[in-house]
Design a protein around this ligand. Structure first.
Ligand SMILES: [Zn+2]
Length: 148
């Protein structure tokens, strides 16, 4: 079940981010699951729940966002939703269609609980698949809301 190795990569990446951010714990993880990523959402969630309990991340909530497959026609530039993996442009009938989105698994957002204060989630955009994950520094935003 390849969902297991994907979750292992995901958890490794999230744990690395947690350490980088000196966060106490991970509250939530949001992952975009592309239609073409070949991931079964139920299996993915099941693997997550099994592996997260055994790891150092704790009980972080997993949110999955299904991303439909969309393509761009190289002939006429039309962007469209690809139905049933039919890579044919509905405008011109061209078959040179490149995927725009919905191809991969992307770690979109991780929410941490910080030692002294709560920081809003850092927004990340990193493909999880294929290949190993090498976390890069991410930016954090500190809220400028009313003091309280
Ligand atoms: Zn076209």
């Amino acid at each position: 079940m390849h969902e297991i190795s994907l979750i292992q990569d995901l958890l490794r990446q999230v744990e690395q981010l947690r350490q980088d951010h000196h966060a106490d714990r991970v509250v939530a993880i949001t992952v975009q699951v592309g239609e073409l990523a070949g991931v079964d959402l139920e299996l993915f969630r099941g693997a997550y729940e099994m592996l997260v309990a055994a790891g150092s991340i704790g009980t972080a909530k997993l949110e999955l966002i299904a991303v439909p497959l969309e393509g761009l026609c190289q002939g006429c530039g039309h962007a469209f939703r690809i139905e049933r993996f039919r890579f044919v442009c509905p405008m011109c009938g061209g078959q040179e269609v490149t995927p725009l989105r919905g191809e991969s698994l992307i770690l979109q957002q991780v929410t941490f609980e910080m030692p002294a204060r709560f920081l809003p989630p850092g927004f990340l955009n990193r493909a999880l698949d294929p290949g190993p994950i090498h976390p890069e520094p991410s930016s954090e935003e500190i809220p400028h809301g009313p003091a309280g």
